[in-house]
Design a protein around this ligand. Structure first.
Ligand SMILES: [Fe+2]
Length: 215
């Protein structure tokens, strides 16, 4: 049990089992395997026909999601407060990415889209707009995770990933962090970064399965 958290807070912050994830076209979060075209990164890049990524597959990669009530944010959402407390997210700020709000927009967008990893979790809660977080699976496929208003996404330390806006060209999101934030990206190849081997070790048997597939 997390120190200081009540049973009610623990229940509010609890991770949903993958079979209850709010994943799909009508939800704040949708995930699919990407095509490999070089067209604008802001396009959906779905395969034909679309191939959704199941929640179980994302969960196995260490990704965690919650769908929160974004309307409740300004008045103090008890579920968000519980998640912050239970998971130790002591830091919070808000970032808006639009061509108008972000200096050097085109350059920054390209930077966010460089495949990289971090030495901590990356936690984003979408308050307005939407964007794509792409994560690499163990077969080197890109899984595109579409995050819209109300989506809280946690991607694990050490996973290769990238971010882009979609064609709406606008997102406002909370950035949460445990302690003093470190935003440094380690661009791929980053096999020497201890977080990478830690991540692969956390996947256990799945790594061996992927090695067999890659051979
Ligand atoms: Fe990142």
């Amino acid at each position: 049990m997390v120190e200081g958290a009540t049973a009610e807070e623990l229940a509010l912050a609890a991770e949903l089992p993958p079979n209850r994830w709010p994943l799909g076209p009508d939800s704040p979060i949708e995930a699919w395997y990407m095509d490999d075209s070089d067209e604008d990164q802001r396009l959906p890049h779905r395969l034909t026909p679309n191939q959704p990524c199941p929640a179980e597959a994302l969960h196995a990669l260490g990704v965690r999601v919650w769908a929160l009530d974004a309307d409740a944010y300004e008045r103090g959402d008890p579920q968000l407060a519980a998640i912050r407390k239970v998971r130790g997210y002591s830091y919070e700020d808000r970032i808006t990415i639009t061509p108008e709000a972000l200096p050097n927009y085109e350059e920054k967008i390209k930077g966010f889209y460089q495949e990289h990893l971090h030495t901590d979790e990356e936690i984003r809660y979408v308050l307005e707009g939407s964007g794509y977080f792409d994560v690499r699976d163990l077969q080197e496929r890109w899984v595109r995770i579409w995050n819209k208003r109300g989506a809280l996404l946690v991607i694990p330390e050490g996973i290769y990933h990238r971010f882009t806006l979609d064609t709406g060209n606008s997102i406002t999101a909370l950035r949460l962090f445990v302690g003093v934030p470190v935003w440094t990206p380690h661009n791929r190849p980053a096999e020497h970064v201890p977080s990478r081997s830690k991540y692969l070790a956390s996947l256990g048997g799945n790594v061996e399965a992927s090695a067999v597939l890659a051979a």
